[in-house]
Design a protein around this ligand. Structure first.
Ligand SMILES: NC(=O)c1ccc[n+]([C@@H]2O[C@H](COP(=O)([O-])OP(=O)(O)OC[C@H]3O[C@@H](n4cnc5c(N)ncnc54)[C@H](OP(=O)(O)O)[C@@H]3O)[C@@H](O)[C@H]2O)c1
Length: 221
């Protein structure tokens, strides 16, 4: 089963994802309202999140080495992280302890270092190995649907991974919370390397707090 894929970002008016203060309440409120079965992030986003919002020196506890029991009635999404190079080795316990997600699944490839796979196995992190050099996202998402029953994925990541999702024609919907600021040069901007033209259809344009606007577009296929 292929899950539906929604890209969700908070952006400046000049489509940057960095260089301004994201309204986290609005960002996650709108994300959870999309009722995702899984929230997807790339390894850079995941590592930056730890550096920005957590104490990266906090060591792993013994309890962190075991997969939590996931109850069938738990409606929280799974956290899914693309990490073919093992960037998050030694850091995944931060994501295992997140309150808004119930489990962590890692997407890796054939070239992922064996020592990272061993780190995942020892700590009971489920992983999907799909793709040669990088993760084959389409194949990995299909397996995510089959193995974990995920029918909707919200991609809460930066431009690099979201560009791939657009380029490979995987995105069904783009949800943007536009913040009233122009950040100018030197910041990470969405869709700069998303390939050719992609036609969209506006589904929703709702003014929100603090001058932000929530825009939702369907990707025309
Ligand atoms: N404002 C917002 O809404 C928002 C949301 C999320 C993040 N951010 C910000 O965005 C920044 C990070 O963005 P980023 O673009 O640098 O990183 P990113 O979106 O995390 O992208 C890096 C990931 O893309 C994967 N990737 C790259 N090319 C690929 C390919 N061809 N096939 C498969 N996977 C591929 C990499 O895989 P490998 O594992 O192979 O390296 C890596 O896991 C951070 O500053 C973060 O704070 C902002």
């Amino acid at each position: 089963m292929y899950p539906e894929v929604i890209i969700h970002n908070s952006v400046s008016l000049d489509h940057a994802v960095t260089g301004f203060e994201v309204d986290l309440g609005l960002h996650y409120g709108a994300l959870l309202a999309l009722e995702p079965g899984a929230v997807l992030a790339g390894s850079t986003t995941a590592k930056t999140g730890i550096e920005l919002f957590m104490d990266i020196t906090l060591p792993e506890a013994e309890a962190d080495r075991h997969r939590p029991e996931v109850r069938p009635d738990d409606r929280r999404p799974i956290c899914v992280i693309v990490d073919s190079r093992g960037v998050l080795k030694g850091l995944l316990h931060f994501y295992r302890n997140m309150e808004h997600t119930k489990d962590v699944v890692v997407l890796v490839s054939e070239t992922t270092p064996e020592e990272y796979l061993e780190y995942l196995r020892e700590r009971e992190y489920p992983f999907i190995r799909c793709g040669g050099n990088r993760v084959d996202l389409r194949g990995a998402l299909w397996e995510l649907g089959e193995r974990f029953g995920v029918s909707r994925v919200v991609s809460d990541t930066g431009p690099e991974l979201n560009n791939v999702i657009i380029r490979e024609g995987i995105a069904d919907t783009i949800s943007l919370i536009v913040h009233p600021v122009v950040v100018g040069e030197g910041e990470k901007k969405l869709f700069g390397r998303a390939g050719g033209r992609v036609a969209l259809e506006l589904q929703k344009a709702v003014p929100m707090e603090q001058g932000t606007v929530h825009l939702v577009y369907a990707v025309k296929k």
